[in-house]
Design a protein around this ligand. Sequence first.
Ligand code: 13P
Length: 213
Amino acid sequence: MPTANRTSASIVGICRRLYAQGYVVATEGNVSVRLDSGDMLITPTRVAKRTITRADLVRLSPGGRKLSGSRDPSSEARLHAFIYSKRKDVRAIVHAHPPYCTAFAVARKPLVVDAIPEVVVEFGRIPLVPFAVPSTGRLSEAIAPFVGKGDFFLLANHGVVACGRDPEEAFEKVERAEHAARIILLSRLLGGERRLGPRDVRELNTIAQRRKR
Ligand code: 13P
């Protein structure tokens, strides 16, 4: 079990990387971890991810009551709590606005999965969640039908949400999806991506299942 200190250090580390890689600017994005107690440790609202420190993090009960921290929690804390309530396997959530993925989300175009083998194996599918105003309960309602169907979501006209067993794993999903989105967009300058055949996709899905065991 990671200690509270290590958990908060890893949230801060992921915030810095989100900023350094251009997946958020200014105060955008938020990161949380579900602790063994069931409480959530989350980034505060409107604090730059470039400068955030462990002391800025906020601890919330599963019902959303503030247990510790001097700042207000992220405006998306409700969305994080909703995902944790539906997915017992998820221990960390990253929300960001990486430009290539977000371009697909803004265009309301699904991010093609079956053109790159690694993406099929890693993601299986990437749902495109219909638009709901950020920070409202409607965002949880919008993601509800998809929450059990993947670990990575495009939020229409907004950004992405990645789920993982720890912040590193959730961050890596953002990184992988962003790389794929960039490749797909570039391939469209060259006439567009060519999808893999159903047989190849089936084989890749089998490989993905084997990896999970
Ligand atoms: P917070 O600063 O409240 O976490 O909001 C950032 C964001 O990206 C909202 O979608």
